[in-house]
Design a protein around this ligand. Structure first.
Ligand SMILES: Nc1ncnc2c1ncn2[C@@H]1O[C@H](COP(=O)(O)OP(=O)(O)O)[C@@H](O)[C@H]1O
Ligand SMILES: [Mg+2]
Length: 303
């Protein structure tokens, strides 16, 4: 496998805070590499070091064999960076935005096919401020692709979008990989990472706590099943914790139990019913990347 990005022991400090605290990984050509974790984990700081937009306090980075710090100009001709929504002037038309960005690069793709690819051809003459949230995000994807980059960085691409627009965006990101490019996808949506990424680095407090394919990460959790419900009264928790094979987490009144098989599910129900507990919204599901995060860090992803 061809290595496109090497990150070795990267540290980025802001005063006393180590926002990125000794992170190492490689990204291979033509994969979607996910960087996931809660807000404030250090994801944006990390990718911006890879893009050459922030200077690490220590460590080593090579992107396409270039040092983002020393070879920043050369590197930015080869990578695509998705800019956050709202960064384009309201009274600029969609095709003018793309012409403007195309002009910044020594090479660029034809604008019309690009607009067609992101589904904005009929909006080519529309003003930026007439676009919906999803359309603005699609324009930011087009801007990231205008230089025909080998590596594309997306940071929270789908934040603020409704589920339908989010799914449309997922299709677009997959098609970028299918076109032979390498994608770095930063997200705090675990479901998005699970669906899209070939490999995922889970970041918490500036460190990688796990790195693997979503399927391998999920299969590593002891429990094959996840039980969720909530209780009016938490006094039963100790008894539930004592059930063999039951890994229990409490957050306010919400109970999450990870377990290996159906028998534990039946036993949990039996204990609840036997003690006349008021339990609500009892569901059993297969584990997800959210559960991986919970099982590694002991806390929920969602704030
Ligand atoms: N320019 C900055 N100056 C000081 N602290 C910063 C700066 N940028 C980010 N931070 C802090 O670094 C931590 C990581 O931030 P960030 O990389 O934006 O995380 P994420 O993208 O995972 O939400 C946070 O605690 C944030 O407040
Ligand atoms: Mg961020």
């Amino acid at each position: 496998m061809e290595t496109v990005i090497v990150v070795e022991d990267i540290i980025k400090r802001y005063g006393d805070l180590a926002a990125v605290d000794g992170v190492s990984f490689k990204v291979y050509k033509n994969e979607i590499f996910g960087i996931v974790g809660p807000n404030g984990a250090g994801k944006t700081t990390l990718v911006e070091c890879m893009e050459g937009l922030r200077i690490p306090s220590g460590g080593f980075i090579r992107v396409l064999d270039l040092d983002p710090k020393a070879d920043g100009y050369k590197l930015r001709q080869l990578i695509g960076i998705q800019l956050q929504e709202g960064l384009f002037p309201d009274r600029l038309k969609v095709n003018e935005v793309l012409d403007l960005f195309a002009g910044l690069y020594s090479r660029s793709v034809a604008i019309r096919p690009l607009l067609e690819k992101v589904g904005l051809l009929d909006k080519a003459d529309g003003y930026f401020d007439s676009l919906s949230g999803g359309q603005k995000q699609r324009l930011s994807i087009a801007v990231a692709l205008v230089s025909d980059p080998q590596v594309v960085f997306f940071d929270e691409l789908t934040t603020g979008l409704d589920p339908q627009a989010r799914r449309a965006m997922w299709g677009m990101v997959s098609s970028i990989r299918d076109a032979g490019k390498t994608v770095i996808l930063v997200t705090h949506f675990m479901e998005e990472a699970e669906r899209l990424c070939d490999r995922v680095a889970i970041i918490d407090r500036g460190r990688i706590v796990a790195l693997d394919t979503p399927a391998n990460l999920i299969s590593r959790i002891d429990g094959g099943l996840r039980i969720n419900f909530w209780l009016d009264d938490l006094s039963i928790v100790t008894e539930l914790e004592n059930i063999k094979g039951c890994k229990l987490t409490v957050s306010d009144q919400d109970i999450t139990i990870q377990c290996a098989d159906r028998r534990v599910v039946d036993e949990v129900k039996r204990v609840l019913e036997h003690n006349n507990c008021n339990f609500h919204d009892f569901t059993v599901s297969k584990p997800t990347l959210e559960d991986v995060f919970l099982s590694i860090t002991g806390k929920e992803m969602r704030e």
